[in-house]
Design a protein around this ligand. Structure first.
Ligand code: ACM
Length: 492
């Protein structure tokens, strides 16, 4: 019970052991389709290593069975609102694993704890010896922050639907709830917009270094969104505007101030592109893109980028951000933007994402909430040390203690705790081409970001955390993750 990441709020060991067997059942109450699906998710996660085809059954009240074939009982019947949306209470006795939440999402989060309480071999893809035991005890747990995310840049290099789903599964294991997809940039436009199809078919046809690129059809995107939803993760799609738009400008000459489309771009410099703010067609483009994206995005957010618009004059930039906010709002979504958007007047409920500089404080002064992604601490693409082959170092080297030992509540001066929605760890992919590359930069830092977002600040310290992270080593291995074996971690 001591090795769970993120660290639970309260852990109370008791005596005895629960043993999962082929005769164990997973009971759900009430047996709605949603709870049955959550029960089946757990059954599916436990099946490869145990070989057990655990049944998901409806329960009315606490199921009883002997310790020889203890059951798992997932219920929202006994939960109440005071538990909060994502809270769960887990009680393990020799006879029963009982997980109580107010909402199904709380059960889903609690299931990740159950998985981590079983031996690391539970995460292997083929049948293992067992026995599948869990120490008895009680856990009460709920998150510190509502926003616990990762961002993947699929624009600099494109990643398949399968690659994205794999990351969604891995962040779910650490109870994260936001997956931000950076869908467009100078080097590629990765989402089909039916009213402007060349954005994807031409603007998405290459990548950094000149590779073949790619894009998601709207059906692909819907598939990703549904997969994330089934894991209680919200997809936040980003269309980066008005800079970082070279792929769009290359696809449609009419979007350029001079009416001429430039060639596609496969380099890594930033800050040279801009939409032509004062053209009428730009407004139509924005409305069409956001309308289509909003229609296929069930989550409440659309991210409009707004970073590094070095080729957009400031008054144009301000005008643009002030134009785009009501468009997003009209299509029923809440705006998220990198902190530069605070140079403009923000409408209520717009959210600023801190990464570099001090504009997030201006956003707070305007009444916005902020997400913390400080580049020198939370950017997953920063090298671990000078010898890291992949990644970048413009924000510094981010070794394991640097990634872990900080508090999102104190990153923006003048911010109160209630101004901070949470934390997000972005992974930019200028140097990353494969799923193995993603793994290497993401792990083992990601469990730490998940913990910063979930666990209490007072309950965290590096000396204790690095031991727990070391104990995750066999799990990361079992999950097939190509993680960086940092010498700063006492790996088991
Ligand atoms: C950023 O890293 N340009 C947000």
């Amino acid at each position: 019970m001591d090795n769970i990441i993120p660290r639970p709020v309260l852990v109370k060991p008791a005596s005895g052991t629960f043993t999962l067997t082929a005769a164990s059942n997973i009971y759900v109450e009430p047996a709605t389709p949603e709870l049955t699906a959550i029960g089946q998710y757990l059954a599916d996660k436990l099946k490869p290593a145990t070989g057990y085809a655990l049944k998901v059954l409806p329960a009315t009240g606490t199921p009883t069975a002997g310790a020889a074939n203890g059951n798992i009982y997932l219920t929202v019947v006994e939960g109440d609102l005071s538990l909060g949306e994502e809270r769960y209470d887990l009680t393990i006795t020799p006879d029963l694993v009982k997980l109580v939440a107010y909402r199904p999402v709380g059960l889903f989060r609690g299931i990740q704890t159950i998985r981590q309480l079983l031996p690391p071999a539970i995460d292997r893809a083929s049948v293992q010896a067992g026995p599948w035991q869990m120490a008895a005890g009680t856990i009460r747990d709920r998150p510190r922050f509502a926003w616990r995310g990762m961002m993947l840049d699929v624009a600099r290099h494109f990643f398949s639907v399968a690659d994205v789903k794999r990351m969604i599964d891995l962040i779910a294991y650490y109870k994260m709830n936001i997956f931000h997809l950076h869908l467009t940039d100078d080097q590629g436009w990765r989402i089909m917009i039916n009213s402007w199809p060349k954005l994807a078919t031409y603007g998405g046809s290459t990548a950094v270094g000149g590779g073949s690129g790619g894009y998601y059809t709207q059906a692909d995107y819907a598939d990703i969104v549904a997969y994330a939803q089934s894991r209680y993760i919200t997809i936040v799609p980003e269309i980066d505007l008005p800079g970082h738009t070279h792929a769009a400008l290359a696809s449609y000459p009419e979007l350029n101030c001079n009416g001429t489309a430039p060639a596609l771009y496969t380099g890594t410099e930033v800050g040279f592109s801009s939409l032509c703010i004062n053209k009428d067609i730009t407004c139509k483009f924005l409305d069409d893109v956001i309308k289509e994206l909003a229609a296929i995005t069930p989550g409440p957010y659309i991210h409009i980028g707004g970073d590094e618009a070095h080729s957009t004059p400031l008054d144009d930039y301000q005008k643009f951000i002030e134009q785009v906010q009501p468009i997003v709002q009209k299509h029923g979504k809440q705006i998220v933007g990198w902190e530069e958007i605070a140079q403009s007047r923000l409408i209520p409920k717009s959210i600023a994402q801190h990464w570099k500089g001090d504009r997030a404080g201006e956003a707070i002064k305007q009444g916005s909430k902020v997400i913390i992604s400080t580049a020198s601490k939370a950017y997953l693409d920063m090298k671990y040390d000078a010898s890291t082959r992949l990644g970048q170092d413009w924000a510094g080297l981010v070794d394991l203690p640097t990634a872990y030992e900080w508090d999102p509540a104190t990153e923006v001066s003048g911010a109160a705790d209630s101004d901070v929605l949470g934390i997000e760890a972005p992974l930019w992919t200028e140097t990353l081409e494969t799923s193995r590359d993603i793994d290497y930069m993401t792990f083992p830092r990601l469990p730490g970001y998940a913990e910063i977002g979930w666990s209490t600040q007072a309950g965290r310290n590096w000396d204790e955390y690095c031991v727990r992270l070391g104990a995750q080593g066999p799990r990361l291995t079992a999950l097939g993750i190509n993680f960086y074996r940092s010498p700063q971690i006492p790996w088991q």
